[in-house]
Design a protein around this ligand. Structure first.
Ligand code: ZN
Length: 146
């Protein structure tokens, strides 16, 4: 598989310099594991009422999983729990090729929707998102893409 098409500049940049990389002490947390690729991610989220006040992640994995986690933490900050659920659904529909990506809603995340051509990579892109929802809905959960 040739990944060059996927490695757009924005993905490379987030992989090299992940944003919001680190832990948040005392925050809601969930871990995710993608056995197919070996990606592991832990997501931390601090809520202020219904709103995401701060989101961070740590983990190891391929460029797609890391860039997706990095871009996700930026995208969800300041959003309500309901917004994050809606964004998750829109992102999932776009990366699985169910719908054409909506740039107005997804913003920079559109860069990741190229994975729809590579079904095994969809799990890499979705991993941090599954963990994020788990952290928001049910602190301490562990999610797996399997
Ligand atoms: Zn991966």
């Amino acid at each position: 598989m040739d990944l060059r098409d996927l490695y757009q500049e924005v993905i490379l940049d987030h992989n090299k310099k992940p944003r919001n990389f680190g832990e948040i002490e005392g925050a809601a947390k969930a871990a995710g594991h993608n056995p197919m690729c070996g990606d592991r991610v832990s997501v931390f989220v601090r809520m202020d009422g219904e709103q995401v006040a701060e989101a961070k992640f740590v983990g190891n994995g391929c460029a797609i999983s890391k860039a997706s986690a990095s871009m996700m933490t930026e995208a969800v900050t300041g959003q309500t729990s309901a917004d994050v659920h809606a964004l998750f659904a829109a992102f999932q529909d776009a990366v699985t090729g169910k719908v054409e990506p909506d740039e107005d809603q997804l913003g920079k995340l559109v860069a990741l929707t190229g994975v729809k051509e590579y079904p095994s990579r969809v799990k890499c892109a979705m991993l941090a998102w599954h963990a994020m929802l788990a952290a928001i809905d049910n602190a301490g959960a562990t999610v797996s893409t399997e």
